[in-house]
Design a protein around this ligand. Structure first.
Ligand code: ASP
Length: 329
């Protein structure tokens, strides 16, 4: 950051600090609130953020806008929010990637545990392992054979280094002990288009986005990443990856909401309260459940517990990532 920019940021923080008495923020929010999604429009993170934005409108009595700042596995959008004015008007809706980027990126432009205020973990969703429509493999056992017979040549799409689809691909590769070629996109929405068109072979994708394509038979389903089989009709027949031989394979994609560090406490309290109201909205719950997403109702809705959870995920993934040997600039 240049000296001028640093000065401007310090001045912005100073302004916020100077007016951070509860009464100064009594009217918050007085203008639309923006939820930054660090992946492209039309994907699972985008969908979740749009549902949340809709449900937040009532408790915040304000317009809530979703803005996609995609690229580099979610790190560009996260960096944007880390550097935004800490006034509660620019928030980040990010997934598991916020906890994995520190172990992957050599030059991460923010610090996960230092540059954000935690506003609550909002949901958890399993992923699916899906393939392009023309794949000859009908079941996971055939797929496994095909991957090992084509070591290094099978293309698996993802939403960039550190994205949920990338992590799932890393674990899959380690479990199969067969290398694959990772193909990064700015989100799994464009990756899904290419998978359906046969330009890439495989992808791990949250049920949120995969289900409509599975139901329409536009992609092949090989398994789910949850511990137990899913009960949703489109997924009920799919085995868990652990069941078909990948012992211990389990992956849940969780999402949380973040504000820039230094956002005044009264604003954070209002936002957390509004998120809690939004997550009790029966329409939101129904929409999420229909797509296999479980809305969080436990202690992780509490900022301190959310932060502790992210910390524990950082430790868990740091080991998996170190063993994979994967890094990014
Ligand atoms: N599902 C994506 C991921 O793999 C991100 C997205 O586009 O929502 O991380």
């Amino acid at each position: 950051m240049g000296i001028l920019k640093q000065g401007a940021a310090a001045a912005a923080i100073g302004l916020v600090a100077a007016s951070s008495t509860p009464s100064a923020w009594a009217e918050f929010p007085e203008k639309p609130v923006t939820l930054v999604v660090p992946f492209s429009a039309g994907g699972p993170s985008d969908k979740i953020a749009r549902d949340l934005a809709e449900a937040l409108r009532k408790p915040l009595a304000q317009t809530v806008i979703v803005d996609n700042t995609a690229g580099a596995g979610g790190t560009i959008g996260a960096a944007r929010v880390a550097r935004a004015a800490p006034d509660g008007y620019t928030l980040l809706v990010h997934h598991i990637g916020i906890s994995t980027a520190p172990a992957l990126y050599k030059k991460l432009p923010y610090k996960t545990l230092e540059d954000f205020e935690y506003l609550g973990l909002i949901n958890e969703a399993p992923s699916t392992l899906i393939g392009k429509p023309g794949l000859a493999a009908h079941h996971f056992a055939d797929l496994r054979q095909w991957i090992s017979a084509n070591e290094g040549k099978v293309n698996i799409a993802n939403a960039g280094v550190g994205s949920a689809s990338h992590l799932c691909g890393l674990v899959l590769q380690a479990s199969l002990q067969s290398k694959m070629t990772f193909v990064p996109y700015k989100g799994t929405a464009p990756a899904m288009t290419d998978l359906m068109g046969g330009q890439v072979d495989l992808m791990c994708e949250q049920a949120t986005n995969a289900m409509p394509q599975i139901e329409a038979r536009k992609v092949k389903l090989y398994g789910v990443t949850s511990k137990q089989r899913m009960t949703l009709p489109a997924l009920a027949q799919a085995p868990t990856l652990a069941e078909v031989g990948l012992a211990g394979f389990e992956m849940t994609v969780w999402h949380g909401v973040y504000a820039p560090k230094g956002t005044p406490a009264p604003v954070l309290a209002k936002l957390n309260a509004a998120i809690r109201v939004a997550l009790k909205d029966p329409e939101l719950i129904q929409r999420e459940e229909a797509l296999g997403v479980r809305v969080v109702t436990d202690a992780r809705l509490e900022p301190a517990e959310h932060e502790k959870y992210v910390e524990s995920e950082m430790r868990r993934w740091a080991k998996i990532i170190k063993d994979s040997g994967e890094t990014a600039d």
